[in-house]
Design a protein around this ligand. Structure first.
Ligand code: NDP
Length: 444
């Protein structure tokens, strides 16, 4: 396999999908050498079979707003690969959602799920509907219409969706309700459910906590820890909130958080009490991060990201491509020692190159944010066993999974000079497992 040739061919066949091309490119470059040590893979054209999704469902979603106006959105489910388990991956509701973004997310999810050591394939779905500014009734009616199509493609042994950007507990609840109504069954088809109807403890916290457990392992390789480290966090949604919570608990100092309008910089640090304010603001009132600056009198920068502030650790937790080459240069110039991604693909390839060239610790989301889907996997297990584990039990399992993922990255990603290339490590470890499963199952 020549990575550049495979990529050119994918670009020709699937044009205008830049995020999908970007995600595939990153993986192909890092697995090329290992792939070519296995001629049996090339003989069965494993690489194209792994890059192109198994199946794509696309549908129109029609709903009526509070003023009686009828809207149409697009709905999607990308079932990327189920070689190691049923399709599994979140649902994203955001105005920017399109096929390219969901294909990149489903591709990444396949590798991430493989890394978790749990039996889950990769998928992703969503809509270009944005819950921002919509009433509860509008969100519910949209979701009920979305589910009229999605329910046919999902199920506890087929495809198990969860949350992502714009899809939290409220949205998952409405999806579960409609699934139940349409199928006449109560099954564990979704994860991220409410506690009252089969949700797992620690699932809301899992992506953020997992990212910090991974970061702790990275820091340990340099004899460092989180105590008194200044952390820059982007986003203020689910992942950002619980990332901040764990950093604060472990003695680090969070100085930034953001939303799509701008970021706040609080040099005194976001305390537990101030984080409670953010959680209430975002989760209950669905307010804007600028209101934090108004409440506590700190700096708010409209229309910008927090990467020009000085920090020891960067924890991007908002969206894809939110750290570009210039941002990466600023972070490095300001002395960053580690970047651990809560979001999916938040760093551009040029930014990643800057981190690698400067030998800073850099964890790609497919490794460091795998805690979310891992606890989703544990939620599936609890649902199947019809029992629920305590917070401590789930947290312990999460920690151990993140440590195992770190170990796999070290095993496959350590370079001759001792630098750990976590991108290479995660991609090779994830790839080998899927490749072996696909080879065992015949040409499909
Ligand atoms: P939420 O919707 O809860 O929060 C997203 C946050 O990011 C919000 O603060 C949002 O601001 C901001 N944001 C979204 N889009 C943009 C944008 N285009 N530019 C700037 N800011 C933006 O989502 P999550 O916290 O669940 O997800 C965040 C990231 O983590 C995503 O990349 C997701 O794929 C990834 N992830 C999530 C997992 C999970 O368990 N939830 C698991 C693994 C990865 P605003 O409110 O203004 O829209």
């Amino acid at each position: 396999m020549i990575a550049s040739k495979v990529l050119d061919e994918l670009k020709r066949r699937f044009p205008n999908e830049p995020e999908y091309h970007q995600a595939v490119q990153e993986v192909l470059i890092s697995i090329e050498e290992v792939y070519n040590q296995h001629p049996e893979f090339e003989k069965e054209n494993l690489i194209e079979r792994l890059c192109i999704p198994d199946r794509i469902h696309q549908f129109r979603v029609t709903w009526v707003d509070d003023q009686g106006k009828t809207h149409t959105n697009m709905g999607y489910r990308i079932q990327h690969n189920n070689a190691i388990g049923p399709y599994k991956g979140g649902i994203r509701f955001h105005a920017s959602v399109n096929l390219s973004i969901l294909k990149f997310l489903a591709f990444e999810q396949t590798f991430k799920n493989s890394l978790t050591t749990l039996p889950m394939g990769g998928a992703k779905g969503g809509s270009d509907f944005s819950p921002r500014g919509k009433s509860n009734g509008e969100v519910m009616r949209f979701i009920q219409s979305f589910m009229l199509e999605l329910w046919k493609f999902v199920g506890p042994d087929t495809d198990i969706p969860a949350g992502d950007i714009g899809v939290g507990g409220r949205e998952v609840g409405y999806m579960v309700g409609m699934q139940k109504k349409l199928t006449h069954e109560f099954t564990g088809t979704f994860t991220g459910k409410g506690r009252e109807f089969g949700g797992s403890l620690i699932r809301p916290e899992a992506t953020g906590y997992g990212n910090i457990y991974f970061l702790q392992e990275m820091l340990k390789t340099q004899g460092a820890d989180l105590k008194d480290k200044v952390c820059l966090i982007s986003g203020s949604g689910n992942v950002a909130q619980y990332t901040a919570e764990k950093v604060i608990e472990l003695g680090g100092k969070v100085v930034t958080m953001s939303d799509s309008d701008g970021y706040i910089y609080d040099p005194a640090g976001i305390s537990r009490e101030k984080l409670d304010f953010i959680m209430e603001l975002k989760n209950l009132y669905r307010g804007r991060i600028r209101e934090y600056a108004e409440e506590f009198g700190c700096k708010y920068v409209e229309g910008a990201r927090p990467w020009s502030e000085k920090g020891d650790i960067a924890l991007p937790s908002a969206t894809q491509n939110e750290i570009n080459e210039d941002d990466a240069k600023k972070l490095v110039a300001n002395g960053v020692i580690a970047i651990s991604e809560g979001a999916n693909m938040p760093s551009t390839p040029e930014a990643i190159k800057i981190f690698h060239d400067n030998k800073v610790l850099y964890a790609p989301g497919k490794a460091s944010n795998a805690g979310g889907v891992s606890v989703s996997g544990l939620e599936m297990t609890q649902n199947a066993m019809k029992l629920s584990w305590t917070s401590a039990e789930v947290d312990e399992k999460l920690k151990s999974i993140m440590q195992n993922i770190h170990e796999a990255c070290v095993k496959y990603g350590t370079e001759s000079d001792g630098y750990i290339n976590y991108v290479k490590g995660a991609n090779i470890a994830g790839f080998m497992k899927i490749a072996k499963a696909m080879m065992s199952q015949g040409i499909l």
